[in-house]
Design a protein around this ligand. Structure first.
Ligand code: G6P
Length: 610
């Protein structure tokens, strides 16, 4: 989704803006731009269709020199990717504005502004905002008052940054529903969509709350809440290293993140288990009390996080003996609900900024849940701020758009939750000790699975010219297959669908021939024999099989059957381990196809608009 960077400083801000945008590239975007107030008080704007490197090149010949500027990476919503639609948008060479979010009442505002003589050069919803700020400035308000008056007229979600040639040492920013942080410097201040963008210039951050407006000048910054009152927001020190977002020698962030999973999983377990027991406090101080009453669990999430929720539903029902429902957030938020007494609501999100998941949480808070738990990888997200209980996965920053280590650490969190909830019901201390011991072996099992990297690279070679694929799994391996198919779609652009293996005969078998490869995940569990029968059905139709199987599963490699053997893994943690080869499989295919692995076309890392 769109990324914002802005600065008010004595020094030239061009390099800060460009570096900030580079660090936001992972969010996904199609065009980029910046505007700087130069030393003559004029707006210098550059916009490009394409990458930040092209923006950098476009400013290289005559770099704009000035201490106040805003910059943006755009992920198109209203209007196709183009230079005209790229931000910043400028009104009458005076006001420049960048925006992340969607303005829902832009059409009516545009009509009114046209009536007042304003012209529009783009198809975006954003351009009404900059024109409206200008109209309020023209009626005598200063920039702060003009932005306040404008945001009061907006329906929808926004994070904006605005500069003005008539007030050159000032940047006014505001947020509602879209993320925005303020970077606090010494004699200089910044804004950005997230802290990564600003780590080279500051470690001190203020997380703005919904409805906040911030007036930023070099030597002071003032925050106003949604009622217009001046408010103090805490300044937090980021623990993230500035190089937390480098590739550490790997070719892509995604590969680095796949290989960091043993550590990410170990970090997520650290301090959460003790003497063979899960510590309830990992979910918050009130967790013990709340968990003791829970009989039902509702999990809500999007994308990869939704798949983690689906795996957890098998664990929660089978191990903890509680009923569990899992739903996509964009569906959950728009329907009526029956919430049984003693139900825990779980919002699952890597970023904690996904618009649909946040809206689902806000709906859930108005319903009769016992409590809302956020499982999140971002400690300072809107999701964690708005939940009663919080479990932080410790995957570290995830930059590749296709989620990998966030998924496996979410699964760890969900298995810990299953144990904590089940302790009051079906999980006795012996079972708890066994499950905790299995969790502790996970980093080792993941390391072993990673050793398949080269073998998977070779198999990927012959697969890469395919156009479609079917993924099959049973039980907890069904959501793992769904996640494998999603990875392949996201980064290699090969159409892939996952099916419950038992559903094969009910439709997808009609598609199977030598051009429709079938990928199956086959740990040696109670469902193996049934899965093998499904695979025979594929073989009998001339289908080519790619099998990720337990070495003792007894599936021989033959002409049209490629078998990648995994070591024996305890059944409960198998979904976490079997995810690894599927991530590598999608990764290698995407690399062979020459796709943009870390920033796949049309996708965004954090979907902050509906
Ligand atoms: C986007 C990302 C996915 C992610 C999904 C949910 O689609 O590209 O990788 O799974 O959003 O994100 P969340 O941050 O809520 O887990």
């Amino acid at each position: 989704m769109c990324g914002i960077v802005g600065a008010v400083a004595q020094r030239d801000v061009l390099p800060i803006l460009l570096e900030g945008l580079k660090r936001l590239e992972y969010r996904g975007y199609d065009s980029a731009g910046l505007a700087i107030l130069d030393r003559d008080g004029k707006l210098q704007r550059t916009r490009v269709l394409g990458k930040v490197a092209e923006l950098s090149a476009a400013t290289a010949a005559e770099p704009p020199v000035g201490g106040t500027g805003i910059a943006h990476t755009r992920w198109a919503t209203h209007g196709r990717p183009s230079v005209d639609n790229a931000h910043p948008h400028v009104c009458r060479e005076q006001i420049a504005l960048v925006h992340n979010g969607i303005i829902e009442n832009h059409e009516s505002m545009r009509e009114t502004l046209r009536g007042e003589g304003y012209e529009f050069g783009s198809q975006t919803d954003t351009e009404v905002v900059v024109n409206r700020v200008h109209a309020h400035r023209a009626s005598g308000r200063d920039l702060l008052a003009a932005v306040s008056a404008t945001v009061a007229e907006l329906d929808g979600a926004y994070a904006i940054g605005v500069i003005d040639t008539d007030e050159p040492d000032r940047l006014v920013a505001a947020r509602r529903g879209s993320p925005l942080v303020v970077g606090v410097g010494i004699g200089e201040h910044f804004i950005a969509s997230d802290v990564f963008a600003l780590l080279p210039v500051t470690r001190q951050f203020i997380y703005l709350e919904d409805g906040d407006i911030v007036d930023i000048q070099r030597d002071r910054l003032t925050i106003y809440d949604h009622t217009g009152q001046v408010v103090e927001r805490p300044v937090m020190t980021s623990e993230l290293a500035a190089d937390a977002v480098d590739k550490a020698g790997y070719r892509h962030y995604m590969l680095k993140e796949i290989f960091s999973q043993p550590v990410a999983v170990a970090d997520t377990l650290t301090g959460r288990i003790e003497h063979g027991q899960v510590l309830d406090t990992a979910f918050g101080m009130a967790a013990s009390d709340i968990f003791s009453r829970i009989e039902h669990v509702h999990i809500v999430a999007c994308g990869t996080s939704y798949h983690a929720g689906l795996v957890a539903s098998y664990w929660i029902e089978a191990l903890a003996g509680l009923t569990c429902r899992v739903e996509i957030a964009s569906e959950y938020r728009y329907r009526a609900h029956v919430v049984p007494e003693n139900t825990l609501f779980v919002a699952l999100s890597q970023s904690g900024e996904t618009a649909d998941t946040l809206a689902a949480l806000s709906l859930a808070r108005a319903l009769e849940y016992s409590a809302c738990l956020a499982i999140c990888n971002n400690p300072e997200s809107s999701l964690t701020r708005e939940s009663d209980l919080v479990f932080l996965t410790r995957a570290g920053p995830e930059i590749g758009v296709a989620s990998t280590k966030a998924f496996t650490t979410q699964l760890v969190a969900l298995l810990l939750l299953t144990i904590a909830l089940g302790r009051r019901n079906r999980i006795d201390s012996e079972l708890e000790r066994r499950l905790v011991a299995e969790l502790e072996t996970l980093p080792g099992h993941i390391n072993t699975a990673l050793q398949l990297n080269d073998a998977i690279g070779q198999v990927a070679e012959e697969f890469s010219h395919k156009h479609h694929a079917l993924y099959l799994g049973r039980g907890t391996m069904l959501p793992v297959a769904m996640e494998g198919a999603l990875k392949l779609k996201e980064i290699s652009y090969i159409h892939a669908e996952a099916y419950a293996a038992g559903e094969l005969k009910h439709g997808p078998l009609a598609l199977v021939d030598e051009d429709m490869p079938v990928i199956a995940v086959a740990p040696n569990n109670s469902l193996l024999e049934k899965l093998k029968s499904n695979l025979q059905e594929v073989r009998a139709r001339g289908g080519v099989l790619y099998l990720f199987a337990d070495s003792s599963a007894g599936v021989p490699a033959e002409d049209a059957v490629r078998v990648l053997n995994l070591a024996r893994v305890p059944e409960t943690i198998a979904p976490i381990v079997y995810t690894i080869p599927l991530q590598l499989f999608a990764y290698h295919i995407a690399v062979i196809k020459g796709a943009d692995v870390d920033q796949p076309r049309n996708l965004a890392k954090s979907v902050t608009v509906e």
